[in-house]
Design a binder for this molecule. Structure first.
Ligand code: 1CP
Length: 366
């Protein structure tokens, strides 16, 4: 093993604005990063990925490291997020997942009935099956040279369950929701199984070098308040509590972010779920999000990604309003969801610059 393959002895962190903001502490500027910052809007990303299978790329630590670093060479983002995918967990549980061009991730044999749970690997050896993600994190943490912190991530149990039953993307999630109404016990069994794996997976990411963790509940929006209370929130809470308890035992503490897309109905609950940061989509007003979370957590988000289609001066105006709505303390600027492939990298640069420039201006006024 070379030094870069081992966790530990990582280069000293030079920019801790993101980590400070996660904990609501003072920062010299508002930190900013973008969901899907390592993505197809970058020509160098498209070039690196050309002709290569998506999940084979996820299994190559060197490729994941390169893709993670690409956006940081262009823009002064305040955090990096490891290139990987949420669907590596269903794969580790024995399900086949393929990336189909023009269609997205596809499960040739999705779960159909509760009996299918017996086909899953319920006791996954996370250190063996997801070792490639841990290696990618360790390598990237070394290669970042302390420039910015590295975020690890996972899909939340409900979102992963939805993919495993739908077999891919879906607008209604009706097959997965059918389970919630028809097979509540089997649903809880699957959600519990996923929660246990996710906890181990996140702890493994921290041991490998992740400095913050984001949990993506991308499919919160198709649940109503009652289903969210029953099938999402308890598991989100469990994950944060278990990860934090275990980290505490070894004297560690890593900030955690929960992003429940379109889950406004759960905002008050999410702000009391042991996460330091709540991520927001663009359909909520910054001031109202602050009021509803009552200063209990830091907030992350929430510019409409499509605002990046606007001219640069307009982007500055939108960012200015967003910063004034959230305030500069306990705030991490981001989009309300990921970047789209047809977005102009120059406008992404304008977004980052606007956040830094306007937040410095506001902080200087204080
Ligand atoms: O070939 C390609 O490059 C395909 C596009 C792509 C990319 C860049 C996919 C397929 N996944 C990724 C990487 C990825 N996925 C990251 C990398 C880090 C970064 O953000 O820069 C992350 C954090 C994810 C997480 C992810 N994957 C989520 C949660 C975030 C969200 O978008 O809500 C979800 C839902 C997925 C599933 C997935 N993977 C890829 C696609 C197109 C999808 C969505 C499919 C669908 O629901 O229709």
């Amino acid at each position: 093993m070379t030094v870069k393959e081992e966790p530990g002895n990582f280069p000293k962190l030079k920019n801790d604005a993101f980590l400070l903001a996660c904990r609501g502490q003072e920062t010299p500027h508002v930190p900013v990063w973008c969901m899907r910052q390592a993505g197809r809007y970058l020509p160098e990303f498209r070039e690196s990925r050309a002709g290569k299978d998506f999940f084979a790329t996820c299994r190559s630590p060197a490729a994941c490291c390169e893709l993670t670093l690409q956006p940081l060479r262009r823009f002064p983002f305040d955090a990096a997020i490891i290139f990987s995918d949420i669907l590596v967990i269903p794969q580790a549980m024995g399900m086949d997942v393929q990336m189909v061009a023009g269609k997205g991730p596809t499960f040739p044999e999705p779960l159909k009935e509760p009996e299918d749970l017996l086909l899953l690997q319920s006791k996954v050896d996370v250190n063996k099956e997801l070792d490639y993600v841990f290696k990618a994190i360790t390598l990237t943490r070394h290669k970042l040279e302390g420039k910015v912190p590295l975020i690890g991530f996972t899909g939340a149990p409900w979102t992963l369950m939805a993919y495993m039953i739908e077999g891919g993307g879906s607008t209604t999630q009706s097959k997965a929701k059918r389970w919630l109404y028809r097979h509540p016990e089997a649903s809880h069994q699957l959600l519990k199984m996923l929660t246990d794996i996710i906890v181990e997976y996140l702890l493994g990411q921290v041991a490998a070098g992740a400095q913050a963790l984001q949990v993506f509940e991308s499919h919160a929006g198709c649940l109503g308040p009652a289903e969210f209370q029953e099938f999402s929130l308890p598991y989100l809470r469990d994950i944060a509590r278990k990860v934090k308890d275990q980290l505490k035992e070894s004297g560690q503490d890593v900030p955690m972010i929960v992003f429940a897309k379109d889950g406004h109905y759960g905002l008050e609950d999410l702000s009391q779920s042991h996460y330091e940061v709540v991520g927001l989509d663009w359909t909520i007003d910054p001031r109202s999000a602050r009021e509803r979370t009552g200063g209990k957590v830091s907030l992350q988000g929430n510019m409409d990604p499509c605002a990046l289609y606007a001219p640069k001066e307009r982007i500055y105006e939108i960012v200015k309003k967003m910063l004034e709505g959230f305030g500069t303390r306990g705030y991490i600027a981001n989009l309300g969801h990921g970047l789209y492939p047809d977005m102009d990298p120059e406008n992404v640069g304008a977004f980052v610059e606007a956040v830094h420039a306007h937040s410095r201006h506001l902080l200087n006024l204080k």
